[in-house]
Ligand binder design. Structure first.
Ligand SMILES: Nc1ncnc2c1ncn2[C@@H]1O[C@H](COP(=O)(O)OP(=O)(O)OP(=O)(O)O)[C@@H](O)[C@H]1O
Length: 248
C-alpha cells in the first residue's frame, strides 16, 4: 500500500498511508478507535474506490487488476455475516461456490481446515446454534476456503470472552503457519500481539510505526510494545486524558 489517503467529506480518515504485509507474516494493524482501520479495509476490499495512492495485493494493483487481486484475498469483517438459518456446511459450501469451488472440493477443504476441531462434528447444525466465538471461527474458515494468499481480519475478537479470543488468535496463527498465508489483523488490543509479529501502528489516519515488535519497541526506547504504542499514540499523556479509555 503506497501513499493511500481517504476522506469522508472534509474529514480525512487516512493520510498518505504506506506499509507492506510480507508474505507469510502475521501483521497487526494496531490502532485505537477511529484510527482508520475499517476505512483501510474498505479500500482494500474495494467497498470504496482508492482515489489517491495505490494498493497492491500479491503484486496486482487493485485499481488496474481488481479480479486478479481480489481472488487472492480472504476477509473477515467486523460485523457478523453468516446466515443463521443455514447450516454451517451450507454457509461454507455456498461461499465456496461463489469462488467456483464444487461441493466435493469444498467438503474436502472444510475437513482440511477444521481437522482436530470440535466444529467439524457440527457442520449439519444451523449456524444460530453456535456461540459468538464459534461463529467467528466459521467465518474464519470461510475466509480460508478459496486458499487466499492474504487474509484481512477487522477486529475479529470484538465482543468475545477471553477464552474464545485466545482460541481465535491461535487458530489463525496455526493457519498462517500451515498455509503460508499472510494476515493483516486489525486490532486495538495489544495483548493479541505476539513477539514474532509485525506491527503497523495507525493513529488518526497516519502510520506512526512499522516493523517487527522488537524494532518498534526499540525505536521508541520502550520496555514493551504496549509502552511503545502508548508513547506513539500519546494515549497516556496528561495533556490528552480523554483518550485513555481507548487503550486496550
Ligand atoms: N461513513 C463515514 N462518514 C464519515 N466519517 C467516517 C465514516 N466512517 C468513518 N469515519 C471517520 O473516519 C475516521 C476513521 O474511522 P474508521 O472506522 O476507519 O476507524 P477504525 O480504526 O476502524 O475505528 P473503529 O475501531 O472504531 O472501527 C474516524 O474519524 C471516523 O469517525
Amino acid at each position: 500500500m503506497d501513499g493511500v489517503s481517504h476522506s469522508y467529506g472534509a474529514r480525512k480518515a487516512l493520510d498518505d498511508v504506506s506499509f507492506t504485509v510480507p508474505q507469510g507474516s502475521f501483521t497487526a494493524l494496531l490502532g485505537p478507535n477511529g484510527a482508520g482501520k475499517s476505512t483501510l479495509f474498505s479500500l482494500i476490499t474495494r467497498l470504496f474506490n482508492t482515489r489517491s495512492g495505490e494498493i497492491r495485493i500479491l503484486g496486482f494493483p487493485l485499481r488496474q487488476k481488481p479480479t486478479e487481486a481480489l481472488r487472492r484475498l480472504g476477509v473477515v469483517f467486523q460485523a457478523r455475516t453468516l446466515d443463521l438459518d443455514l447450516s454451517i456446511r451450507q454457509n461454507l459450501t455456498y461461499h465456496a461456490a461463489l469462488h467456483g469451488i464444487g461441493r466435493k472440493a469444498a467438503e474436502q477443504r472444510i475437513g482440511e481446515i477444521l481437522k482436530n476441531s470440535e466444529l467439524s462434528e457440527r457442520l449439519s447444525e444451523k449456524a444460530r446454534n453456535l456461540s459468538g466465538g464459534q461463529l467467528r471461527r466459521i467465518e474464519i474458515v470461510r475466509a480460508f476456503m478459496h486458499r487466499p494468499r492474504l487474509i484481512l481480519l477487522d477486529e475479529p475478537t470484538t465482543g468475545l470472552d477471553i477464552k474464545s479470543r485466545a482460541e481465535i488468535v491461535s487458530e489463525v496463527r496455526r493457519l498462517v503457519e500451515e498455509e503460508n498465508v499472510s494476515v493483516l489483523w486489525a486490532t486495538h488490543l495489544i495483548d493479541e500481539i505476539d513477539a514474532s509479529d509485525r506491527v503497523v501502528v495507525l493513529h488518526r489516519g497516519t502510520v506512526l510505526a512499522e516493523g517487527s515488535v522488537e524494532d518498534v519497541t526499540e525505536a521508541e526506547n520502550a520496555e514493551s510494545i504496549h509502552e511503545a504504542f502508548t508513547r506513539l499514540t500519546g494515549l497516556a499523556r496528561p495533556d490528552q486524558p480523554k483518550q485513555v479509555e481507548t487503550l486496550a
